[in-house]
Design a protein around this ligand. Structure first.
Ligand code: AMP
Ligand code: GLY
Length: 429
């Protein structure tokens, strides 16, 4: 087989981690990343176009003779990047990791994903869905639940479209704002109301070609900005893999009740799906329930998942894109990965960019995955809210965390912030 020329779409910490792993493959000829960041520039060639610029993508596929496209974020998938490539005879020889537009609706529409779960008896919170004309029905529907009330904009809302509200009147007001005042733009022209699930969350990742699949290491993400899981939601402040309770009978239930019916359900409904399925789960007293699907890997979960994969990731991705995953196995490092995200002060609200980052070279043994960074001359500067993820692998959670925090003490940029309690809830007393 000729060695592969690969283009990865995206430019965050997730893409740096994936690019770092692909770059080690013996099957690789050359790796490109668009748009990439300061970190991907170290392991691949960055191409200067946005992940949703399909015309630039077509030119790059031809110019660089790409064999495989791996899609990092959801936006290009929901916008139909797979169809764009498949329907153009000049580029339809290129294989893609990432589902088509219908499959991507598992993430792109809460209503689509809830109905899918309902059709396939996949455990999930009880729900109802309402459009602008049904505001009064939506408000009455709240009566069927105990607080807190979970309100979800149907469409993509940059991770901000879920509201969890204690007070019923406030929830009614929020429904009005979502359905009638366009609180989340078009994304909230339809709203899903669902039962609040109490438990511990975890993220499970599957790579599938639509009939066969491999299960990647699971991870736990820390979404809130403040310690003790307080404050505003962010894209994710750190992650841990493995999750101690995600084994034995719990994982058997996840496979039997969730993963198998999801993959089989897609196939039965004639929805081709080559790509990642990210299943956000709640462990409710030992019973897994699905909170959400995403059609991509998580960020920052990827930064703790990828270092635990010992197998050749490019081989798995190539098999995924070619629908030849049958028989593939994945070898996983049994050690624990602890990832802490360093963010710009003020994030997730207003923050400054373009800060000089120092001390990255001093990071040995741990992994440095750059997220919101850019290379300016020979300097690495901040270019986003989430700036750098540091991950360490060690025999247990405490050791991995202390390695990560030790490495972090060498890194500096003005107003940097990170949570000092990542993994707190998973530690043994
Ligand atoms: P989603 O975008 O659907 O993942 O929701 C964002 C976050 O809201 C999740 O990661 C959970 O922390 C929380 N969440 C969503 N749905 C529920 C639910 N039914 N019960 C409890 N928490 C939820
Ligand atoms: N870390 C959560 C996500 O990627 O959606």
């Amino acid at each position: 087989m000729n060695k592969l020329r690969v283009l990865l779409l995206g430019g965050g910490g997730r893409e740096h981690a994936i690019a770092w792993k692909i770059s080690q493959s013996e099957l690789l000829d050359h790796l490109f990343v668009a748009p990439g960041n300061g970190g991907t520039a170290e392991v691949a060639t960055n191409l200067d176009f946005s992940e949703t610029d399909f015309n630039a993508l077509k030119s790059a596929l031809l110019e660089h003779k790409i064999d495989l496209v791996v899609v990092g974020p959801e936006a290009p998938l929901v916008m139909g990047v797979r169809e764009f490539i498949e329907e153009d005879s000049a580029i339809n020889h290129v294989k893609i990791v990432g589902p088509g537009m219908v499959g991507a609706q598992l993430e792109g529409s809460k209503s689509f994903s809830k109905r899918f779960m309902q059709r396939h008896s996949i455990p999930t919170a009880r729900f109802g869905e309402f459009d602008a004309e049904q505001l009064n029905d939506a408000i009455r529907f709240l009566d069927g639940f105990n607080p807190p009330y979970v309100l979800k904009a149907d469409g993509l809302a940059a991770g901000k479209g879920v509201l969890i509200i204690d007070d019923k009147q406030e929830a009614a007001r929020a429904l009005h704002e979502m359905l009638l005042d366009g609180k989340f733009g078009k994304a909230s022209s339809k709203v899903v109301i669902e039962e609040f699930l109490e438990g511990i969350e975890l993220s499970v990742f599957v790579l599938t070609d639509g009939s066969d699949y491999v299960i990647l290491p699971e991870a736990k993400d820390y979404k809130r900005i403040g310690e003790g899981d307080k404050g505003l939601n962010t894209g994710g402040m750190g992650s841990i893999s493995p999750v101690p309770f995600a084994q034995g009978s719990f994982m058997e239930k996840v496979v039997e009740r969730i993963i198998e019916p999801t993959i089989n359900g897609l196939a039965q409904e004639g929805i081709p799906y080559n790509g990642f399925v990210f299943i956000g789960l709640m462990n409710v007293n030992g019973e897994p329930q699905v909170i959400e699907y995403n059609c991509r890997m998580g960020d920052p979960e990827t930064e703790s998942v990828i270092p635990r994969i010992k197998s050749d990731l490019l081989e798995l991705l190539w098999n995924c894109g070619n629908s030849t995953l049958a028989g593939s196995e994945i070898v996983i490092d049994q050690r624990t990965a602890a990832c802490v995200m360093v963010v710009s002060g003020g994030y997730p609200e207003n923050y400054e960019k373009n800060k000089l980052i120092t001390g990255l070279d001093s990071v040995k043994e741990s992994f440095v995955f750059q997220a919101g960074t850019k290379l300016v001359g020979s300097e690495i500067r901040s270019s986003g809210g989430r700036v750098i993820a540091i991950t360490s692998l060690a025999e247990n959670l405490d050791a991995a965390l202390s390695m990560t925090y030790k490495r972090l003490s060498n890194i500096d940029f003005e107003n940097m912030y990170f949570r000092k309690d990542i993994g707190f809830d998973l530690k043994k007393d």
